[in-house]
Design a protein around this ligand. Sequence first.
Ligand code: AR6
Length: 176
Amino acid sequence: MIENSVLELVIGDITDEKTDAIVNAANSQLAGGGGVDGAIHRAAGPSIMQQTRQKYPEGCPTGEAVITEAGRLKAKYIIHTVGPVWRGGREDEDVYLRAAYRNSLELAVEYRCQSVAFPAISTGVYGYPLDLASEVALSEIRQFLNEQSDPFLVQCVLFNEGIFGAYSRVLEQWMS
Ligand code: AR6
């Protein structure tokens, strides 16, 4: 619990989530791809790509977020955000990763969502070291929940035990 909100870590596939919104780790062309992006588009169906092409023909810059409906998924919305490509930490990657979480959460609130599920943005193809990314993700989510007065649920949906372990270690550190 953080204020009157909940932060949960779960191991799983984000396409199964029933939260109001799920977040996609997209690329700045919103062109689809592999990883969680590919899984979300496959599960949600072609209407999602139609919407992104129509509503956001310019794509989405790194650190920003855009929203579509969720097609065949149980969630109501997909928030597409673009995390940074890891370049050794020399190009403000942490600032962009923080912004990706923050802008996704703000968009969720704007669309009256009360629950959002995040994957571990940038930690796959984009190569962001997991221990650093999990610290950034959880601290930005915590800060948001601290500022948020309405009850809110944030789930971090982590694809395997290794990622879950990295997130758990951050929470353990906070509590020690
Ligand atoms: N549910 C939850 N997490 C998942 C799933 C899933 N179904 N599938 C993969 N992950 P990545 P990025 C985890 O590579 O690093 C795409 O091609 C995965 O284990 O999906 O932000 C886009 O189009 C990892 O921890 O995203 C972009 O071009 C995390 O999701 C680029 O990859 C993120 O891995 C974005 O790279």
